[in-house]
Design a protein around this ligand. Structure first.
Ligand code: URA
Length: 430
C-alpha cells in the first residue's frame, strides 16, 4: 500500500477501507508512517469527513494499538465523558458518588489544554495526589473502593496519544470523525457497560453551536452502542461556567462542598442527572427520579464524601494539607443592568493568563489561581457591585486577566432568557 494513494483517496471523498485505515494508523503508531503523511490524512479527514463505518473501523484500529482495562468485579462498569468547559468539575463528584451505588467507575481522565480545564490538574491541587497509577494499582483500587481517576498509561490507546498531539498542532482537532474515534477508543478500552456523555454547547465549549454538538453526540452514541455500551448523552450549557469556581484548587473546594451535600445548585443538578442516567442504564434504578433519590441519600449521609476521601488517600493525596489559594481581587460591574453574555473563550484565556491553564502541552500549572463568578446570566446587577473574584498573586497576570474579563462580560439594559443547564438529547443516527 502507498500512503500518498490512501491520502489522495480521502482527499477525493472516497471512503477508506479498514485495511487502508489500519495501514495508516497502525503504521503511524509504530513510527512507520511519518508525521507529514499522517497530518495530510488528518486534514483530508477533517475536510471530507468519514462515514459511520469508517469511524467504527478507525476506533477499533486505535483500540488495537494498546490494551484494554480488565474487569475486576461483577459490578457494572460505568463512566462519563465531558467534551470540556469552564468550571466543569462533575467528575470529582460523580466517580465516588456512583461507587457508593455498587458501580465500578474506572475513570481515565486528561489534562487541560487551552481554555478547557483537566480533571487530573484539578486533583493534583490536592497535595500528594497521584494521577499515574499503574494497571495493577488501578485494578486493586477499583476492586476495593469502586473508583479511580487517573491518567492513561502508555498502553491505553497509544495511537490516540500520538495522533491527538499531531492534530493539536495541525488544526485538525475539531473533526467529528476524529473526535469520535479519539474519545470512544479510550472509553471502549475502559471495558464499560454504560457511558454518559456530557456534550457542552455554548461560548466556552469547543463546539459552540447546538447543531455541531448534536452531530457529535449522535456520532459518539452510535459508536458506543455498536461496541455494546449503553450510551446516552445530555447537551449541556457552556455559555457560563458551571458553578462559581473556575481554576484548580478552588474547583476541588467546590466539588467537596457538593460532596458535603451543599455547593452550587447547577453543579449538583448536572452531576445528579449524569449519575442518574448511569443508574438507569445499568438497571440499578428504574427511573431517574428514584435514581436521584438514591444519590441524594449518599450525599446527605456523608457516604459520597467518605468514598472521595478514600479514593484521594489511596492515590496519595492529603486532604488535611492546605490547598493553595492566591490573593483575591474583585471585578465590579461597570454599569447597572442585566448580565446578558459571557464570552467563555475570553474567560478561559483569563485562566490561562493567570497560570491556571496551559498555553502549550506540558506547561506547569499554578493550582492557586482562578475565578469565582458571583453572578449568573440573567441576573440584574448594580454599577460597582462585585461580580467576580480573581485569584492571583502576580500583579501583571491579574491585570491581563482583568482586561480579558472586561471584554468577556456584557451588561445590557434588557435581560435575555437565561440558558437551560441541560437538555435531553434524542439520538437520531445520521
Ligand atoms: N477529547 C479527546 O479525547 N479527543 C478529542 O479529539 C477531542 C477531545
Amino acid at each position: 500500500m502507498i500512503p500518498a494513494v490512501v491520502i489522495a483517496k480521502k482527499r477525493d471523498r472516497e471512503a477508506l477501507t479498514r485495511e487502508e485505515i489500519d495501514f495508516m494508523v497502525t503504521g503511524y503508531a509504530r513510527g512507520e508512517i511519518p508525521d507529514y503523511q499522517m497530518s495530510a490524512l488528518a486534514m483530508a479527514i477533517y475536510i471530507q469527513g468519514m462515514d459511520a463505518r469508517e469511524i467504527s473501523d478507525l476506533t477499533d484500529i486505535m483500540i488495537a494499538s494498546g490494551t484494554c482495562l480488565k474487569r475486576v468485579s461483577d459490578r457494572p462498569r460505568v463512566d462519563k465523558h465531558s467534551t470540556g468547559g469552564l468550571g466543569d468539575k462533575t467528575s470529582l463528584i460523580l466517580a465516588p458518588l456512583l461507587a457508593c451505588c455498587d458501580l465500578d467507575v474506572p475513570m481515565i481522565s486528561g489534562r487541560g489544554l487551552g481554555i478547557t480545564g483537566g480533571t487530573l490538574d484539578k486533583l493534583e491541587a490536592i497535595p500528594g495526589f497521584r494521577c499515574n497509577l499503574t494497571d495493577e494499582e488501578s485494578e486493586s483500587q477499583l476492586q476495593e473502593i469502586g473508583c479511580f481517576i487517573t491518567g492513561a498509561t502508555d498502553l491505553l490507546v497509544p495511537a490516540d496519544k500520538k495522533l491527538y498531539a499531531l492534530r493539536d498542532v495541525t488544526g485538525t482537532v475539531p473533526s467529528i470523525a476524529l473526535i469520535t474515534a479519539s474519545i470512544m477508543s479510550k472509553k471502549i478500552a475502559e471495558t464499560l457497560d454504560a457511558l454518559v456523555l456530557d456534550v457542552k454547547c455554548g461560548s466556552g465549549a469547543f463546539l459552540p453551536t447546538r447543531d455541531r454538538a448534536e452531530a457529535l453526540a449522535d456520532s459518539l452514541i452510535s459508536n458506543g452502542k455498536r461496541a455494546g455500551i449503553a450510551t446516552t448523552a445530555l447537551i449541556t450549557d457552556m455559555n457560563q461556567p458551571l458553578g462559581e469556581m473556575v481554576g484548580n484548587a478552588c474547583e476541588v473546594d467546590e466539588s467537596i462542598q457538593v460532596l458535603e451535600n451543599s455547593g452550587p445548585e447547577d453543579v449538583r443538578e448536572l452531576t445528579l442527572e449524569l449519575c442518574a442516567r448511569l443508574l438507569v442504564a445499568t438497571g440499578k434504578s428504574n427511573d431517574t427520579a428514584s435514581a436521584r433519590s438514591t444519590l441524594l441519600g449518599h450525599l446527605s449521609s456523608g457516604r459520597a464524601m467518605e468514598r472521595f476521601e478514600r479514593m484521594v488517600a489511596r492515590q496519595g493525596g492529603d486532604m488535611s494539607a492546605p490547598r493553595p489559594i492566591a490573593k483575591t481581587v474583585a471585578w465590579r460591574a461597570p454599569k447597572s443592568g442585566y448580565l446578558v453574555s459571557i464570552d467563555g473563550q475570553k474567560l478561559g484565556q483569563a485562566i490561562v493568563v493567570l497560570g491556571g491553564g496551559r498555553a502549550f502541552a506540558g506547561q506547569a500549572i499554578d493550582f492557586s489561581v482562578g475565578l469565582r463568578m458571583l453572578a449568573r446570566l440573567g441576573d440584574s446587577v448594580t454599577a460597582g457591585e462585585e461580580l467576580l473574584h480573581v485569584y492571583g498573586d502576580r500583579q501583571d497576570h491579574v491585570t491581563s486577566a482583568v482586561e480579558l474579563i472586561t471584554q468577556a462580560i456584557q451588561i445590557a439594559d434588557e435581560p435575555n432568557a437565561a440558558p437551560l443547564l441541560w437538555t435531553e438529547f434524542v439520538h437520531r443516527p445520521r
